[in-house]
Design a protein around this ligand. Structure first.
Ligand code: ATP
Length: 371
């Protein structure tokens, strides 16, 4: 399922050079983006970067200052919120406390022009979809937080919107329930085929649920891609740093041709060799080499089969159960973090503080970034 790669696929949502200003403050800056039918699309970014503003423009609560938003090929500038095939899921505390689960789900349908005879069938369908059949008669305070969340979801899907907007939908749940609910959301999204756009500042959540993630910074989208590509091939230091743990090693590039580079990192004339790099970077350019901790192997002896091996000293070891992290200082003072699973043949007991070790990685293990 990768409609964004198909040049013939028509996006459900199209933002064309959309700018939104509040007074002289630019909340969204020249945004162009396509979102496809059946996508689970995540907007990810720090507080204030403009995620909610994008949602509110889709819902019709804000209009763009400049640019065009299309839904299903039609400019929606003049379509009021209630006439858009769009719904917004609110957190579970927006449920009506005095109404049963059933009536909460039926609420919007009763106010629509759906015939009474059809409403019951639709509510039953939503109860099945969200596995709430047994709780239909209960009031919201008589079910768990996770179940309330499912009622909120059932209510927002009852009118079968083409697009469902979810603004931090799981923010009120604790970590374990949140993770379970993420999988439920994915199942329900797939079953209904509804396009979901979710706002979150939790990068793990975005990576788990989304088909594609847009990483935002100050009203701009820095990168839009699949979770794996965002993680493995970030296009900037900002994205690399925002998603997961990363080492950002500063140096100077020497272009060896064919996507290969040698990066002088000023560590006692040691350099990092990089291959399979997409960017074209001139020799002498200051660059950042970004590599994830788990791509780095820590050994006592220099390994022979890897392109890069840097010697250093263990400063700190963090034991996290399934894995351990090693903070290693290079001779020039740069710190590098490596992570290894504790089930690997090199056990956590193999190293201790002050050990001289080798950090090694393949030539294609990291990315070279210029911005
Ligand atoms: P958070 O994660 O904190 O919800 P966000 O990424 O959703 O943040 P937005 O709510 O979209 O951010 O806000 C983006 C910027 O626009 C913020 O700096 C905010 O103060 C500003 N902003 C939003 N709405 C208005 C408004 N009605 N008037 C003035 N400024 C606004």
């Amino acid at each position: 399922f990768e409609p964004w790669k198909d040049p013939k696929a028509e996006p459900l949502i199209r933002f064309r050079n959309v700018t939104k200003r509040f007074g002289d403050f630019t909340a969204i800056d020249d945004l162009t983006i396509d979102i496809y039918e059946r996508e689970f699309f995540a907007l990810l970014g720090p507080s204030g970067c403009g995620k909610t503003t994008i949602m509110r423009m889709l819902a019709g609560f804000e209009t763009p200052t400049e640019g065009v938003i299309e839904l299903g090929g039609r400019d929606i500038a003049n379509v009021p919120p209630n006439l858009r095939p769009v719904n917004m899921m609110f957190q579970s505390y927006a449920l009506f406390p005095h109404l049963s689960v059933y009536d909460n789900i039926a609420f919007g349908l009763k106010r629509s022009d759906m015939p009474k005879s059809e409403i019951a069938g639709r509510v039953e369908e939503m109860l099945r979809l969200t596995r709430l059949e047994k709780f239909a008669k209960r009031k919201p305070h008589m079910i768990s937080g996770g179940q309330r969340q499912r009622v909120a979801l059932a209510r927002s899907l009852a009118k079968a919107p083409k697009l469902l907007l979810l603004d931090e939908p799981l923010g009120a749940l604790d970590k374990k329930l949140r993770e379970e609910t993420q999988f439920e959301l994915m199942d329900i999204q797939e079953t209904t085929g509804t396009t979901f756009v979710i706002v979150t500042h939790d990068q793990e959540e975005a990576m788990t649920v989304a088909s594609r993630v847009a990483v935002m910074d100050h009203g701009k989208i820095k990168q839009v891609d699949t979770p794996a590509n965002i993680y493995e091939a970030p296009n900037s230091v900002y994205v690399a740093d925002f998603i997961g743990d990363v080492n950002l090693i500063r140096g100077t590039a020497e272009n060896l041709g064919g996507g290969s580079y040698r990066i002088d990192v000023g560590e006692d004339s040691r350099a990092i060799d990089v291959s399979e790099c997409d960017a074209e970077i001139a020799t002498g350019t200051p660059v950042t080499f970004a590599i994830r901790p788990e791509k780095i192997l820590v050994t006592k002896e220099p390994p022979e089969d890897r392109a890069n091996a840097l010697e250093g000293t263990i400063i700190d070891i963090g034991y996290l159960g399934n894995l351990s992290t090693y903070h290693v200082e290079l001779p020039g003072g740069q710190m590098v973090k490596a992570a290894m699973t504790n089930s690997s043949r090199i056990s956590r007991r193999a190293f201790t503080w002050e050990d001289k070790v080798w950090l090694s990685f393949r030539a294609s293990a990291g990315v070279v970034l210029t911005e």
